[in-house]
Structure formats: C-alpha cells, structure tokens
Write a protein that binds this ligand. Structure first.
Ligand code: PHB
Length: 556
C-alpha cells in the first residue's frame, strides 16, 4: 500500500462530489508520484480501483492527450501540463519573477528556486537549476515538508494556530515523510520545537537556512518575496541552493545572502509595479468536444471526468478568481455540472474558495502530472509522434536541430520502420545541413547573413553547390513551409521536412520523412506524405507550446 498522502485525508466525501473525477485525479497523482509511467495493473493496485475502471480512466485521459497508452503502460503526456500551467498562469508569479530568478542563478552560478506555501509544505513554482552531480535537484511542482527546507520557517511565520496543529499532526502521523515522495525518508527525528524555533528566528532575521535538512551536502538560504498588494504577505520564497563542497550553510549566508536580498528587492518592485493581468483566452467548445468523444468511444470515455478536468483549465492569467457563472461560461458546462466539479476539487484541495463568491486553484494542481514532465526534452516530446507517423507512412521519421556551428544537422529523435531499405542514421548522427531537407528547413528560418553553410561540396551529381541557387531555394522553402531534397545527399534517397516551432514561433527543430526514391515519386511524396508530416509537426509544436510555457524544455 502506498503511504497515506495529505490528499488521502479522512474527511467525508461530499454527496455531490463526482466520483469519476476523484478517481481520475487519483490516477494522475499516482502516475506523477511514480515518475510518469505505471502499468495498468500497477494503477489497479495503487488506487484500489477495478481494472475496468482504470482502463476507462486511462482511455479518457488518453483521448484528452493527458496520457499515452504504451503497451501495458500508462504514460503521462505533455498535454497534462496544461493543468499545472493553469495554476501557474493564474498565480502570475512565474511570468513576473522567473527571469529575475534565472538572472540571479547566472550571476551566482548556483541554483535559484521560487517556492510557494502549500499547507504545511512548500511547492516549487520555478527552478533555475545549476545543480551539479552529487545532490538531488527538485522540479517545478515538487512538494517538500516545510520543516526540512529553508523556505518552510519563513512561511510558518504566517501560520495560524490551526495550521500549526495540522503540522504537528502530520509529523506524528507520517514520521518518515512518506507523504512527500520527492524527498528521501526522514532519518533523524528532530523535536517539533526545533522548527518552531527556526520559525521564530526567521521572523526576526527575515531569512532562513537549510543546513542539510533534506540530504547530506544540500544547503540553501532563503528570503521571502512579499506582495505589496496583498498587505505585504509572502507571495513566494526565493532560495539559493548549493552544496557543502562549494559553500557551507554559514558561508552561503555570509557571501550570497546579500545578493539574494538585492534580487528579492527587485522582485518586490516588479510585483508593486506590475499592471493588472489581462484575462487570457479560454479554450472554446470544451463541452462539445467531450460530447463528440463520448459518441465515438462510448463506455471507454468517462465524460464526467473529461468535463471535470476542463474546469481546471478555465483558470489562467487574469482569471485567478472565477465565480461559478464564470466557470460555466468558460467551459460551456451547465452550472450544475460546473458546481459539482468545483465541490469535488474543493474536497480534493485542488480549488479553494476565494473572496465571497469566487474559486481559485491551489498549488496542489501541480501534483497532477507536472513534475515528471517539467524536465522533458523536445526529443522525448517528439518520439511518440514520430513513431505514429512512421507507422502510418511506413517510412522512417526523424527530428533534427542545427549544431552550434550551424553547418551541420544533428538527429535528436528517430522512428525507423522495419523496411530493409530504410535510411541508415541514428540519434546523434550529423550530416551537412545544406544537402538535407532537415537542414534546409532550419537554414531557411535564419536571416541570410546568419547562415553558416560551410563548403558546398557535391555529394551526388544532383547536389546544389551554387550559393545563389541554394539561397533562392531556401527562400522558397521558407515561403512554402517545407523542403524536399531529392538524391542530393545520397543516390536513391529522397526526403521531405517541415519546421517545428517554439511558443514564440521560432523554428527550433525540423521533422522529416526519408525514403528510397523508388518508392514514391516526388509528386506522391508531396501529396501523400507531406500532409501527414505537417500534422505530426503541428502536434509536436503544440506539445512543446504546452510543456515550454513555464518549464524549460531542452531542444537537444
Ligand atoms: C531547491 O530549490 O531545490 C531547494 C530550496 C530550498 C531548500 C532545499 C532545496 O531548503
């Protein structure tokens, strides 16, 4: 049995709560705690649900793009990050402060994080990681017990008596911190008074230290970022994190605390001067979409789960507090359905009442899939999409980026078919950019004076070696959105490529399909393969957009 987490509390389930939504949330949480992948039978065991229920939940989540079904495994998929994104966007702090945390990490060459209070824990909302070998590093969305961190005592300065009581109770009920899967089990029991004393000190000092409370070697110093618009309450806590091989805790305080304080003063100025966030767009037609899926999938689509999850995505930038009417309007759900979902989320601690009639998301929304995916790479995002494409067109499909020199491409992901004649490259292979479809798509996006073409050598009798001809070809590729290279790299090899873009619309990679020239004519390639390839690149681009909104997705 998994340990009881703070979610599995014993409060009675409200009569109006939506059972499939509670179960779907439990599945997402188990997947998150397990690092992103659990077999269906593993989910059956850890949730206590019937296998048929697990299967229906998994197929519903798959339909939403929140998981992939990979053989027997259920695997979290990038789209699930839109739940955590809804929270982070509604909070507004990452959008305002992340760049300041990143700049401080660069200046100090140490990790810097931002954390918010989550009941008696702290939860990370941003990580600028410079972690070296030796210590574990936390991810956006990870939850830590307050007393084993530097931010914890700072947040505890604002705790009510009821919160202190809840904290004592949790300590007694979970002496090994099993409810916090991101940290190693607690080994030494420190008396509760230690933390009370640390909170008193933190109130006096205005900063706090973590001297290896999580694991040997890991040290941190923290300062609260106060929100002038919320009466000076702590909005989040900024930490500089290091290792005893570089800094002792005392040394961290003496050398880096002053610079952390300067950065925090700047963050507080940003909060003071930030304009009111403009309400962003909400996805439209959610209710229609779930209806259509129900029609198609029947029993394997749990509509109340899908509809309930869409309620979380109604929140966002400038939409931090929503009334029941707002939620119903944004999702297209009836008021009764929206109300039951909100009652369910309130019970699960994912939504709290805010103001007189409003609701707001809580940091716990980040426990729904965010941490394992917050360090994903473009290659990981692309691989299942490339595999699907390769399966559909029966040719190998690949993803590549330009190397730092800009003269070559490097393959970063690939899905091969079982054809004997399939083109022989592997992840890591480098090829000259000018003679490949992938390379031309990447070069086409660069300004002409930013292209490093290197020497244009003839690799076959058809290779374009004239710079002016190549420049004209790149212009055309940019205009029409794809590159087709026909036996210019290798006799008998034809390939077609399209761009993959980041959130800002910049081309960050290219995807292609390569085939033997005898298999399809150029016309067939454009007519049959290009639409499939374009759709695949759009899916990868969309996933990257969701994953890269608040987390940094490495493109190599
Ligand atoms: C972290 O950002 O990883 C971190 C911050 C504060 C701590 C420990 C770790 O006390």
């Amino acid at each position: 049995m998994p340990a009881k987490t703070t979610l599995d509390d014993d409060r009675a389930v409200p009569a109006e709560a939506v059972t499939p939504l509670i179960r779907g949330v439990a599945v997402l949480r188990r997947l998150t705690e397990a690092g992103g992948t659990v077999s269906a039978s593993g989910l059956e065991r850890s949730t206590g649900l019937a296998r048929s229920t697990v299967d229906r939940i998994a197929s519903t989540l798959a339909r939403m793009g929140y998981v992939r079904l990979d053989g027997r495994d259920v695997v979290l998929a990038p789209r699930v990050m839109e739940l955590g994104n809804a929270y982070l966007a509604s909070l507004g702090l990452p959008a305002l402060l992340a760049s300041h945390a990143d700049a401080l990490a660069d200046e100090l060459d140490e990790s810097v994080s931002l954390a918010v209070a989550d009941r008696d824990g702290i939860r990370f909302i941003h990580q600028a990681t410079r972690r070296r070998a030796m210590s574990l590093s936390f991810r956006i969305g990870d939850l830590l017990p307050a007393e084993r961190t530097a931010p914890g005592p700072l947040f505890a300065t604002e705790w009510t008596d009821a919160q202190w009581r809840a904290w004592h109770e949790r300590r007694a009920a979970d002496p090994e911190d099993r409810g916090f899967p991101a940290v190693p089990p607690r080994e030494h029991t420190s008396p509760d008074e230690d933390f009370e004393r640390r909170a008193q000190r933190a109130r006096k000092d205005g900063w706090a230290l973590d001297d290896q409370l999580i694991e040997p070697g890991l040290v941190a110093v923290s300062v609260p970022v106060r929100d002038p618009r919320a009466g000076g309450r702590i909005a989040c806590v900024a930490s500089v994190v290091s290792h005893t091989s570089r800094h002792t805790a005392a040394n961290l305080r003496d050398t880096l605390l002053p610079r952390l304080r300067t950065a925090v003063a700047e963050m507080e100025r940003v909060l003071r001067e930030a304009p009111e966030p403009q309400p962003g767009r909400v996805p439209a037609g959610l209710a229609t979409w779930t209806g259509a899926s129900k029609q198609e999938l029947g029993r394997e689509f749990v509509e109340s789960l899908a509809r309930g999850l869409t309620v979380l995505t109604a929140f966002g930038a400038g939409r931090a507090e929503l009334t029941l009417t707002d939620v119903a309007r944004a999702t297209g759900l009836s008021r009764a359905t929206a109300r039951r979902a909100l009652i369910t989320y309130d019970h699960l601690g994912l939504v709290r009442q805010s103001g007189t009639r409003g609701f707001a998301l809580t940091p716990r929304v980040l426990s729904l899939g965010f941490p394992p995916l917050s360090r994903t790479t473009l290659a990981q995002i692309a691989t299942p999409h490339l595999a699907e494409l390769a399966g559909r067109v029966h040719e190998s499909a690949s993803l590549a980026v330009l190397t730092p020199s800009g003269e070559e491409i490097q393959y970063t992901a690939r899905a091969a078919t079982s054809r004997v004649m399939s083109v022989n490259v592997t992840v890591g292979t480098r090829l000259p950019a000018y003679a490949t479809s992938l390379g031309r798509v990447l070069l086409a996006d660069l300004p002409e004076d930013g292209r490093q073409l290197g020497e244009l050598r003839p690799l076959t009798s058809r290779t374009t070696t004239d710079p002016a001809t190549l420049a004209a070809e790149l212009e055309e590729i940019r205009a029409r959105g794809y590159a087709l290279v026909d036996e210019e790299l290798e006799e008998g090899l034809r390939s077609i490529a399209v761009p993959v873009r980041d959130r800002a619309g910049r081309v960050v990679a290219a995807a292609n399909v390569a085939m033997h020239a005898a298999r399809r004519s150029v016309r067939e390639c454009v007519r049959d393969v290009l639409p499939e390839l374009t759709a695949t690149a759009e899916r990868i681009t969309a996933d990257l957009g969701v994953a890269g909104r608040f987390a940094r997705v490495s493109v190599v």
